[in-house]
Design a protein around this ligand. Structure first.
Ligand code: FAD
Length: 488
């Protein structure tokens, strides 16, 4: 048994919290005294039916490499294992004589159940097990209506959050001095090499992502600083224009836990109150508009936690029997950015190239799939899941059910985005289209929104496809289909 002079080792099980700063599990393990053994276990089959997508895995590989390097500077070695997580943890406990294991909580329904089982089993083995919140500002069960039920509408949810105490301040990263006693002196447990996890694509389709992103904790901080310096003052005004770098692009970092929402929250709160920034009241409002988006992320987790069936089925039950079309050829055209609607295709190609898509365009492409093509939101969610570096079960489900008109705070069924008008409004100079659709880069910017209006000979040589559907007719078809459900 451990004694206070020489506590037995503590295992820190890293999951979607791949950072040193504001990591309560790591901080608690170091504070406990004695050696600390950081471990990451790869077992995608345990995430079923939402096994990590390929773009997400690419990011994970980079993120683990970055975490390994950061831990190494503290004299800590990240152990990598593969296979059944409970068995892997038990092996590690046996090999290291660890007596405690700490982790930060996750909220996906299958993972909650799995983690409960692991907690019970390890406690029954006599191990001290603790879990912490590091992924959210507030736990999903802390925010309740006056009748102790979960919220289904964002605005009152966010009002309730704001009436609660300010989120806890983030924890500082551990210092080398604090970690002196944490190095594991006994023969280090075996670790797989990172490459053995097989996270990197075999065919190099990831070069666009690699050129664009810098995964890891340092990359997250750089991104946040750039956003504060360059964009937050105009966030609300610019966030809908996809050719402008007007949003934080922190989503993949938040998703993998390379930065915590508390860090983001408090950095921005300090920024707002820092007199050196000389923020005008209007600029301050733009900062609050950004914090509200962090609130949407909280709301997404609230819904996922309280309505765990929503990744696969609509929150509003009447949509369960919606007559979706099964059209693999049109689904494929949408996935490949070959619908003939330039804004849609630019978005889908951006997704393919860098594993990320601008929020306004996510809304428009999702509406197009669900309403213009009448293909199910579940098909869309599955494609995003495989191709997004920020694939997040809570946010993706909320976004797709919003588009499908069947979720919490969803777009009304009769709101069908017109892809051409959206393009003219939010990409007026056609710059975003030009960036991702080389076939149209030499066309007149005013004609990029609706190339089918260009005289045929000019368009033919571009190789750009004709529109997959006529939007006006597709809209009527969608309204008729949604009308049937509405009357249920
Ligand atoms: P910013 O505008 O800088 O916002 C900051 C942060 O707030 C984001 O990083 C994100 O964590 C959060 N946020 C912003 N908007 C939303 C929102 N609508 N819902 C929930 N959280 C939000 N986001 C994901 O992180 N993962 C997904 O898998 C995902 N799938 C989506 C699918 C659809 C169909 C739609 C319409 C939206 C989806 N979103 C998803 C939400 C949103 O598009 C992204 O969070 C945002 O585009 C990320 O870019 P950003 O970091 O620059 O956002």
């Amino acid at each position: 048994m451990s004694n206070t002079a020489h506590p037995a080792p503590t295992i820190v099980w890293f999951r979607t919290d791949l950072r040193l700063a504001d990591n309560p599990a790591l901080a608690a393990a170091i504070a406990r005294g004695g050696p600390v053994i950081p471990v990451f276990i790869w077992a995608p089959e345990e995430e079923a039916p939402w096994q990590p997508g390929r773009a997400w895995q690419w990011w994970l590989h980079q993120s683990l490499a970055s975490l390994q390097a950061a831990l190494h500077k503290l004299n800590l070695r990240l152990i990598l294992r593969q296979g059944n997580k409970l068995a892997a943890l038990r092996d590690l406990i046996r090999e290291t004589q660890a007596q405690a294991i700490y982790w930060n909580r996750r909220y996906e329904p299958a993972i909650i159940e799995r983690d409960k089982r692991i907690k019970l089993a390890l406690r029954a083995d006599g191990c001290e097990v603790e879990s912490f919140n590091s992924h959210l500002l507030y736990e999903p069960w802390q925010v309740q209506t006056q009748t102790a039920t979960p919220y289904k509408v964002f605005t009152p949810f966010w009002k309730a959050c704001q009436a609660m105490a300010e989120p806890d301040a983030p924890l500082a990263p551990p210092t080398p001095k604090q970690c002196k006693a944490a190095a594991f002196a006994a023969s280090a447990p075996d670790s797989l090499p990172l490459d053995a996890l097989g996270l990197m694509p075999r065919i190099p389709w990831h070069t666009g992502m690699a050129a664009y992103w810098t995964p890891g904790e340092a990359g997250a901080q750089t991104r946040l600083t750039t956003f504060l310096n360059d964009a937050i003052r105009n966030y609300k005004d610019q966030r809908d224009f996809p050719s402008v770098d007007g949003t934080s692009r922190l989503s993949p970092y938040l998703c993998h836990g390379e930065i915590s929402p508390r860090q983001v929250w408090h950095t921005i709160r300090r920024f707002i109150s820092d007199s050196k920034q000389k923020l005008t009241p209007a600029a301050e409002k733009q900062c609050w508009a950004y914090l509200r988006e962090i609130g949407w992320r909280e709301f997404a987790y609230h819904i996922l936690y309280h309505f765990p069936h929503t990744p696969g089925s609509p929150l509003q039950e009447k949509y369960q029997s919606f007559p979706w079309r099964n059209d693999p050829a049109q689904l494929r055209a949408w996935q490949r950015g070959q619908t003939g609607y330039p804004l849609i295709d630019a978005g889908m190609r951006q997704l393919w190239q860098i594993g990320w898509m601008h929020n306004r365009v996510r809304m428009v492409v999702a509406s197009f799939l669900v309403k213009d093509l009448l293909i199910s939101w579940q098909d869309g969610a599955a494609w995003f899941w495989d191709t997004l570096v920020d694939a997040d079960l809570a946010n993706n489900t909320l976004g797709w059910q919003w588009a499908g008109g069947c979720g919490a705070d969803a777009a009304p069924y009769f709101r069908v985005f017109n892809p051409t008008l959206q393009s003219k409004k939010f990409d007026p100079d056609g710059k975003y289209i030009q960036q991702f659709i080389p076939e149209l880069s030499n066309t007149d910017p005013r004609q990029r929104h609706a190339p089918w209006e260009t005289p045929a000979p000019l368009l033919d040589h571009t190789g750009y496809p004709d529109p997959l559907v006529d939007h006006a007719k597709a809209r009527n078809r969608a309204l008729a289909a949604f009308d049937v459900v509405k009357s249920h």
